[in-house]
Ligand binder design. Structure first.
Ligand code: HMG
Ligand code: MG
Length: 299
């Protein structure tokens, strides 16, 4: 059984841009977010309040966020890696934040400079305070399927981190295939294991990168399992600077094309979205990797 409606969590402005080498002007980022909202996306991850030296592309979070935060009817989650990040986000009246954990030690170290347990210990008070302040909290778990240093990731390891984030009070989780190695059977196995360990499907979103071209197949498997929150990036932009071999996210256009074919409502206007990705590709100086954008776009 497939859901009637899917909520797309658009990550183009954050995951999509964080890996770009040349600095994208703040006003271009703001225009990107506005155009995404105009295309009907209602959850648009805007930026990260991380250390500016770690992710220079998003060092303008303080300038960008106020330019977009009052878009009507749009949620604008932001990434916060620690208490300092949460302070910065709350100071700008952010109402949705995301902490980001890893299922593997190697990536926890590379991405957060902490062990898995140290990073969970950092997140616990961050989640508690965010909830006290009335914010909605997402918990990302990276490397849910494979890790570039450690290879295949045992499901029990992923479940443990997911449970810890749920126990802290996260309102939703996003299961990250950071380097895009998942296949549909593996996705179903993880979802079933999470359900068995008391993490219900309504709490779960999926976050696929498209390295091996499996992101859509993986998404379809997750939808068939009952997942209704899907992360995607306009034009297929993206990648993580701290994970070698990470490529772009599932392209939002590829996702919307499939959802339309299945009769699943996402509220997105595909023509407007494609025009946005074509425009963004022009800003970045190279074509979108998305097949749907290439097929539907005029350039
Ligand atoms: P650290 O060097 O261990 O930081 O980095 P620290 O806690 O030791 O602090 C050192 C200094 O940094 C201090 O300043 C802090 O105030 C400052 P000093 O006292 O020395 O002057 N500092 C900060 N400044 C601004 N904002 C902050 C902040 N925190 C500390 N938030 C840290 C630890 C977590 C900060 C660093 O590792 C970091 O910023 N990492 C971010 C990594 C990142 O953004 N990765 C990409 C996002 S995750 C992803 O893409 C995966 C995902 O898409 C899902 C998937 O695909 O799997 C979500
Ligand atoms: Mg990602």
């Amino acid at each position: 059984d497939l859901p009637a409606r899917v909520r797309i969590h658009e990550v183009g402005a954050r995951d999509g841009l964080q890996n770009e080498k040349s600095t994208v002007p703040t006003e271009v980022k703001a225009e990107f977010v506005r155009r995404l909202a105009d295309a009907g996306l209602t959850t648009i991850e805007a930026t990260s309040f991380v250390h500016p030296k770690w992710v220079p592309q998003l060092a303008d979070a303080e300038e960008l966020f106020p330019l977009v935060r009052d878009l009507p009817g749009v949620h604008l989650p932001v990434l916060v890696p620690n208490a300092r990040g949460l302070d910065r986000a709350l100071a700008l009246r952010a109402t949705r934040v995301a902490v980001f954990a890893s299922a593997t030690e190697s990536f926890a170290k590379a991405n957060l400079n902490r062990t898995v347990d140290e990073s969970l210990a950092v997140f616990a008070p961050v989640v508690a305070r965010a909830k006290d302040e009335g914010a909605h909290v997402r918990g990302y778990v990276s490397m849910c399927f494979g890790d570039p240093w450690e290879g295949a990731v045992p499901i029990a390891q992923v479940v443990r981190v997911c449970r810890a984030l749920v126990d802290m009070g996260c309102d939703e989780l996003s299961l990250g295939d950071t380097i895009g190695v998942a296949t549909p059977g593996h996705v179903l196995e993880l979802l079933a294991a999470l359900n068995e360990q008391g993490v219900p499907t309504p709490l779960l979103g999926v976050h696929f990168h498209d390295t091996y071209g499996q992101a859509l197949s993986n998404t379809l498997a997750a939808l068939q399992h009952g997942v209704t929150t899907v992360d995607a990036s306009a034009g297929g932009l993206g990648g993580c600077p701290f994970a070698k071999s990470a490529t772009g996210n599932l392209a939002t256009e590829d996702l919307v094309w499939m959802l339309q074919g299945l009769g699943i409502d996402s509220g997105v206007d595909l023509a407007r979205l494609t025009a946005t990705s074509v425009w963004m590709a022009e800003q970045l100086g190279r074509p979108s990797p998305s097949r749907a954008v290439r097929a539907l776009g005029k350039t």
